[in-house]
Design a protein around this ligand. Structure first.
Ligand code: PEP
Ligand code: MG
Length: 921
């Protein structure tokens, strides 16, 4: 296999499909050149194979010769030679990995200039200033990136030169000063390296290519890949391309354009440009840009051509594209394109608009696959509540959502404050990839400079973080920021609205987010796809949560953790009385009291989910969780002493204390040692259901026994449940016949009360013995939190803090298995449990209610395993609805194409938020 491919190389497949080999940028440059015939400066791509081989064994032997041949072809195409003393060709050397990693790797521009060719460039262009400015930029860039010299030293020389001539503008530095700067930059290089600045173009080229390879493993790139879960072994391609100059004159310029608005999804060209500037100036946000609509006035022909290209790109890629372009002396050149990143609101709107557009031919199924978990999360972000605030500063709304935090002015300070638990807003003049850790730690980002495609804007948008950029009114100093006489210092509160571009001094209350109209449309399409295949329920423990979950599309409750009802201030003393009871009469009285309060809770949950199944799990945690902490009591005993009541509680806590409560007396085991407890809960539940029926409701009750390990254990628990059901309803309970209980439908009929009894599958044994457990269960629900804990033997309360990070770093685990379900181990138990359960009871209803029920990759696995529903926290329900549809679509595409999924190089995305896995919820 060759390492080097020209942009016009004839590949057997469309180059845009060859991102593994050519990287994203190289693949799209080749597509624009060889398929779309767009005006792209010629060049060649050094493949990711070369980078991987370089990382493994150093510079590949055949690479120099291949690069030399490609260079010759490029020189022939351009009619110019790199390094030529009379009319030199200059090239750019850019990174381009399979997945876009904006600003994380290195680029070298103006390569090919040396002490001789700079004079040739000056003569050819009749512009000495341009030639020496280009050379100055090249020496500094090469020095910093290839020779790894401190960039500040070049900047200091440039700043000193500007000061000497009394200007702050780069454009006003005269030619002779630029000439002198080249000399002092070269001296700087020689001082550091002991060698003169390299003059040989071949050596320059090799150095730059190697630097790009190296930058794949730079700290910025590694941190970015860790966050985006991109495989560290992919490597980057390198693109060597003939330079065109947007900084030639005032008939030149450079810009970034989108075929639709990436922030809102609105149709029509969108972007920024700068007259007389190089590409990096736009992206770095150092100069304030002009909107692309202005291009029409200054460059009407280019504007028309660009719009035509945009429409071709959309037709070809059938999606919104972003582009980089340069105008050199009135001629338009396309430097890059790719399917563009977009905000959540834009993704939803584009999905709906594009599926409805006749000319694009995108199916609803295709549209659904383009919306991600992050997009939905972004539109579910909070916003400013009301309008009772005074706008302090305005900038460009670069990334939607509202954020409130304390101001920090450096990325380090922001990250440190966030680590102390503070909410932070990062305020910078502009951001660069060096600031990424501070941006990550911040709730929101505010910059004084830069446009909508500046680093701050692009990164924040990609991460769904609220950001306001280009707020030029900000007067920044190292520890404070002033606007209109109001100065805010480090640590002061600031609020920002990243959609409206509004900044407010102080804390603005936030509301919950209101998703755009396309949100409901996309989710309704998702529901159409998954209906009858994979249902989505919610884990909810109160009527309010249940109502919220239903409004977000939940089709029932998959887990109501009844212990949550015991923790209220009014409930806890009653639970404690039950635990402390000395006599059966005292215990019964306490249970009776609990029954009353639980009944009310159940009524409101059943009302909120009327007509939909509600799975109520009987008490699960160990009883000591309801008792005071023994260590605190010991301290109290030793200091102020204990009251008689406290003494009793302390004694009880000591007697219930277990060395390993997670594996102790909890779940159904608790029911076995306190038999009245489960019966009480069932009575409360059935009374609530009966009341709902009396009120004309349709309760559909599923009673779930936690932490079962055997048929016998479940059969015993089932007998108490059935007894209590019969007691309340006066009807014969759904007793197992021939050892197999009749399967009840969950569709409620008016005035009828339907009850089924099932179990959680949370222990490996339960999964293994599922065939016999199914004899006495109407349904299974996989509790993958505990199942993960017990399959790995990883304490769900302990391992994530201490060892998980190291395990992930060392590659011992691909994902945190508490975030993304472990496909191989836990997944095998799930598949086996479903299979064995259904071997006994073919129509056994099976769901999952562990936290994985809201995680897209896990949802795909559960669908594949044959589950009927997933259940997750209410705010995850929209994500689960979409992910369920995507799982159904992927499975049908796979079976239609007989394909097995190829690994993409991106690992499963773990949830960003921490989830409660502890039993002390
Ligand atoms: C589980 O273990 O997955 C589960 C849902 O139960 P809990 O988290 O309450 O232990
Ligand atoms: Mg559990």
């Amino acid at each position: 296999m060759p390492y080097v491919y020209d942009f016009d190389h004839k590949h057997p497949r469309p180059p845009m499909e060859l991102k593994d080999l050519l990287g994203g940028k190289g693949a799209n440059l080749a597509e624009m050149t060889s398929v779309l015939d767009l005006p792209v400066p010629p060049g060649f791509t050094i493949s990711t194979d070369a980078c991987r081989d370089y990382m493994a064994d150093g510079w590949p032997e055949s690479l120099d010769a291949e690069v030399a041949r490609a260079r010759k072809r490029l020189e022939r195409a351009m009619g110019k030679v790199i390094g030529d003393a009379n009319d030199p060709l200059l090239v750019s050397v850019r990174s381009g990995a399979k997945f876009s990693m904006p600003g994380m790797m290195d680029t070298v521009l103006n390569l090919g200039l040396n002490d001789k060719s700079v004079e040739g460039l000056a003569a050819q262009t009749d512009d000495e200033r341009f030639a020496f400015d280009s050379y100055r930029r090249f020496v500094a860039m090469y020095g910093r990136i290839v020779l790894e010299l401190p960039g500040e030293e070049f900047d200091a020389l440039f700043d000193a030169a500007k000061e000497k001539v009394g200007t702050t503008s780069d454009a006003k530095v005269p030619t002779d000063v630029l000439r002198d700067l080249v000399t002092s930059y070269s001296e700087l290089v020689e001082r550091h390296t002991g060698q003169p600045f390299p003059q040989d173009p071949a050596a320059q080229l090799r150095g730059a290519i190697e630097a790009v390879f190296r930058s794949w493993n730079g700290p910025r790139a590694i941190a970015y890949r860790d966050r985006e879960r991109i495989d560290h072994n992919l490597g980057t391609a390198v693109n060597v391309q003939a330079m065109v100059f947007g900084n030639r004159d005032d008939n030149s310029g450079t810009g970034v354009g989108f075929t639709r608005d990436p922030a809102t999804g609105a149709k029509g060209a969108y972007g920024d440009f700068l007259v007389n500037a190089q590409g990096e100036d736009v992206v770095a946000g150092i100069r304030n840009t002009e909107p692309i609509s202005e291009l029409k006035k200054q460059f009407p022909k280019v504007h028309a051509e660009l719009l035509k290209i945009f429409s071709r790109l959309e037709q070809h890629y059938q999606d919104m594209c972003d582009t980089e372009f340069t105008i050199e002396r009135g001629k338009l050149w396309m430097l890059q394109t790719r399917v563009g990143k977009r905000t959540g609101a834009a993704a939803l709107r584009m999905a709906v608009d594009m599926a409805g557009a006749k000319d694009l031919g995108i199916s609803r199924a295709e549209a659904l696959t383009r919306v991600t978990e992050d997009h939905l999360d972004a539109v579910l972000h909070p916003q400013f509540a009301g309008s009772d605030f005074t706008v302090w500063a305005k900038g460009l709304g670069a990334s939607p959502g509202a954020a409130v935090g304390r101001i920090y002015f450096t990325a380090d300070d922001a990250a440190a404050a966030a680590a102390r638990g503070e909410k932070v807003v990062l305020v910078r003049s502009e951001t660069s990839p060096e600031d990424v850790h501070g941006m990550l730690a911040a709730e929101g980002i505010l910059t004084a400079r830069g446009g909508l495609v500046s680093h701050a804007a692009v990164v924040a948008r990609g991460w769904g973080k609220p950001a306001v950029v280009g707020a030029e009114v900000l007067k920044l100093s190292p520890h404070e920021v002033t606007v209109g006489g109001i100065t805010l210092k480090e640590g002061d509160w600031l609020s920002l609205d990243g959609a409206a571009g509004i900044v407010v001094a102080g804390q603005v209350p936030l509301t919950e987010a209101t998703p755009p109209p396309a949100f409901a449309t996309v989710l309704s399409w998702a529901d159409d796809v998954r209906r009858g295949k994979l249902a989505v329920r919610a884990n909810a423990d109160t009527g309010e949560d249940a109502a919220n979950a239903r409004s977000l599309g939940a089709e029932g409750i998959g887990l109501c953790r009844t212990e949550h009802m015991f923790l209220g201030e009014d409930r806890l003393p009653v639970v404690r009385r039950m635990i402390l009871a000395d006599t059966p009469a005292e215990e019964t009285a306490a249970l009776e009291e609990l029954r009353q309060v639980q009944r009310e809770d159940f009524v409101s949950i059943l009302a909120a989910m009327d007509g939909l199944p509600v799975t109520v799990r009987l008490l699960d945690p160990p009883l000591h969780e309801f008792l005071p902490d023994t260590e605190e009591m010991a301290v109290k005993e030793a200091t102020t002493g204990l009251t008689a009541e406290e003494r009793k509680l302390y004694d009880a806590a000591l007697s219930w204390k277990e060395a390993n409560p997670m594996l102790g007396t909890r779940g159904v085991r608790l029911g076995v040692v306190k038999p009245g407890l489960y019966a009480m809960q069932v009575r409360a539940l059935m009374e609530a259901a009966r009341q709902r029926v009396a009120d004309g409701g349709h309760p559909v009750v599923e009673i779930m026994i936690p932490l079962t390990v055997s048929r016998e254990e479940l059969a015993l628990a089932r007998s108490w449940v059935e007894g209590a059901v019969a007691e309340v309803t006066g009807e014969e309970a759904p007793a197992p016949s021939n050892g197999v209980a009749p399967m009840k439908g969950t569709k409620a009929k008016k005035g009828r009360l339907e009850v089924t009894i099932g179990t959680m599958i949370e222990t490996p044994r339960a999964a293994l013995r599922a065939a016999e457990i199914a004899e006495v269960a109407d349904f299974f629900s996989f509790g993958t939190n505990d199942l993960t804990q017990m399959t790995f033997g990883f304490s769900r309360d302990d391992v994530e803090g201490r060892m998980m990070g190291t395990y992930l770093e060392l590659g011992l685990l691909a994902n945190n298995p508490f975030d993304v379900v472990d496909f191989d181990g836990v997944g095998e138990l799930v598949r086996l449990g479903v299979q064995r359960g259904r071997s006994t009871r073919p129509n056994l209803k099976v769901g999952v209610c562990g936290e994985h029920g809201g995680q897209p990759d896990s949802i795909a696995m559960f669908y594949d395993a044959g589950l009927d529903y997933v259940s997750c926290s209410p705010f995850r329900v929209p994500v689960a609805r979409l992910a369920a549809a995507q799982a159904v679509l992927a499975a049908s595409a796979d079976s239609a194409g007989g394909k097995t999924k190829k690994p993409s190089g991106k690992k499963s995305r773990a949830k960003k938020s921490a989830h409660k896995k502890s039993k002390g919820h």
